[in-house]
Design a protein around this ligand. Sequence first.
Ligand SMILES: Nc1nc2c(ncn2[C@@H]2O[C@H](COP(=O)(O)OP(=O)(O)OP(=O)(O)O)[C@@H](O)[C@H]2O)c(=O)[nH]1
Ligand SMILES: [Mg+2]
Length: 257
Amino acid sequence: MKPKYEIQRLIRCNESDITCTGGVVFIGDGHTGKTHAALNLSSFRQGGFINARCQTISKSINLEFEYFIAHSNIEKFRVTISSQLFIMPGQKGKAEKGTGLAFEDALDLYFDIRSINEVIVLVLTYNLNNITTFQNLEYWLNRAIEQELIKEYTNIVLLGTHLDQEDTIIVKEEEIEAGRKFISNHVEERIGVNIDLDRIIPIKISNMTQEGIPEFQEEITDCFFRSFDIRQIISENLSLETQNLGKISNIENELRK
Ligand SMILES: Nc1nc2c(ncn2[C@@H]2O[C@H](COP(=O)(O)OP(=O)(O)OP(=O)(O)O)[C@@H](O)[C@H]2O)c(=O)[nH]1
Ligand SMILES: [Mg+2]
């Protein structure tokens, strides 16, 4: 069985290994924690985390890259997910020459240098304590739609940061739910692409305490499993193997007669 759409060339399978790759793109207002969230996601590979308290990184003026590799063992298969992270600066528009990159400049660069076109996960990032950053996701979603970053296989993560500042959290559960429905309807209306609600995933994290980071990592892995239909590939492969074993034992029985 082959995975759907044009992403099938991004997956390799043999009798013991499955490896797939794809893009994870972070967009959202400035200062929402995109850079820190991506660093936390990728630092999984070293077993260490980035603590926002100890970091002086703020206001990116370039297109940033990271990668996140996750392994899982399912039945007899070792599954490797190799995701390429692209983190956009949150400053809207274009920057003045010589001052670094704003979002539109970074996007131009992204289109020039990305190694693959397929965005498996779009991470719409906002600060749970700042309602404007949540409302502005409509702007970021529209930019993503216009730049064709959303396709049939894309998952969308609604990533709320600053979970550690629990006393001042202002974005409510109902608003997040309404946001998910809005995204699904809006994408369908504008480009006719159907993104089911189970592929629009709300996640809350703190880059300060790392609360929610392991769940974020699991969700990204799940997104790849979903887009590439990895469980289906495994079950079809196993049932094919059982059928083949059955055929071989039938032949052996015939030969013994
Ligand atoms: N308390 C707290 N602070 C955070 C969290 N995430 C990020 N920060 C802080 O917020 C500031 C901005 O974080 P960045 O990761 O640089 O934000 P960004 O979205 O990449 O910003 P731009 O590059 O300007 O678009 C930094 O000072 C971080 O230390 C969080 O979850 N909790
Ligand atoms: Mg940044």
